[in-house]
Design a protein around this ligand. Sequence first.
Ligand SMILES: Cc1cc2nc3c(=O)[nH]c(=O)nc-3n(C[C@H](O)[C@H](O)[C@H](O)COP(=O)(O)OP(=O)(O)OC[C@H]3O[C@@H](n4cnc5c(N)ncnc54)[C@H](O)[C@@H]3O)c2cc1C
Ligand code: FES
Length: 254
Amino acid sequence: MTDYGKIIGVHNECYDTKTFEFQWDAKAQPGQFAMIWVPGMEEIPMSLSKTGRIKSITVKAIGESTKRLHELTINDTLRLRGPYGNGYDLKKGRRYLIVGGGVGVASIIPAVKETGADTIIGARTDKDIIMDDLATKYSSNLWISTNDGSRGFHGNAVQLMKEKCAENQYDCVIACGPEVMLYYLYKACEELDLDCQLSLERHMKCGAGVCGCCVIDDQRVCKDGPVFTREQISKMKDFGTCKRDECGRLVKFR
Ligand SMILES: Cc1cc2nc3c(=O)[nH]c(=O)nc-3n(C[C@H](O)[C@H](O)[C@H](O)COP(=O)(O)OP(=O)(O)OC[C@H]3O[C@@H](n4cnc5c(N)ncnc54)[C@H](O)[C@@H]3O)c2cc1C
Ligand code: FES
């Protein structure tokens, strides 16, 4: 069933990323996503960067559909299906370290809001950092890494995560971002024997567990995920190495 969400706010996060707030009464958990379209574009998956009665998506313009979304303004209407996916498993009393890389920050912000946990935002440069205002507001501590050192820690989010895990005690790392980042984060969690919940991306068509185009090994990312535990990820041979494109062809990350 398609729902409709009237846009009530548009915010520029950085030069290529915008947040669209809209009214949608559906119940949603941190880490869930929706399938979104407007006339003139394909339906695509987007994480919910707000999960209350007012919801939002945070869109990086990289291709035809995301550029079409960037044309939208207040009072335009989004077509929505969902929310889909399992979301993060957030328990009171657990000490989380939450890591967002690139536009993956959109997915973790509701988890930061719910837990108040220590948070790392990783970006290529100062100009690519998004949602640090909300992360500052909701987290106990916010640390930023940039690859070129233009702000915060000079290096990547995984190097910073290792540093913070040496200084503090955590029970679980939660993360969303580019798969290369997630791959090295997973390796670090293995070395530290630390639980993790990583939100993965695969090409999605139905978003609801039917078409099979998002499978990674025997898991449907849209329905069984997008958030997977360390144990589940340890069984995925495609994780961090390859994914399928829109035609089902295997594309290598590394
Ligand atoms: C669960 C999930 C949550 C996501 N959350 C966000 C988010 O919060 N913000 C954001 O900016 N992006 C998010 N994405 C990625 C977003 O869906 C793609 O950037 C978008 O579909 C690109 O479409 P395009 O036509 O603009 O670009 P295209 O030029 O068509 O594609 C560019 C790249 O985007 C990816 N992509 C394209 N179509 C799809 C699709 N149907 N499913 C998955 N990936 C696709 C492919 O890697 C492709 O190479 C998410 C993806 C998934 C799977
Ligand atoms: S997108 Fe169709 S099964 Fe996941």
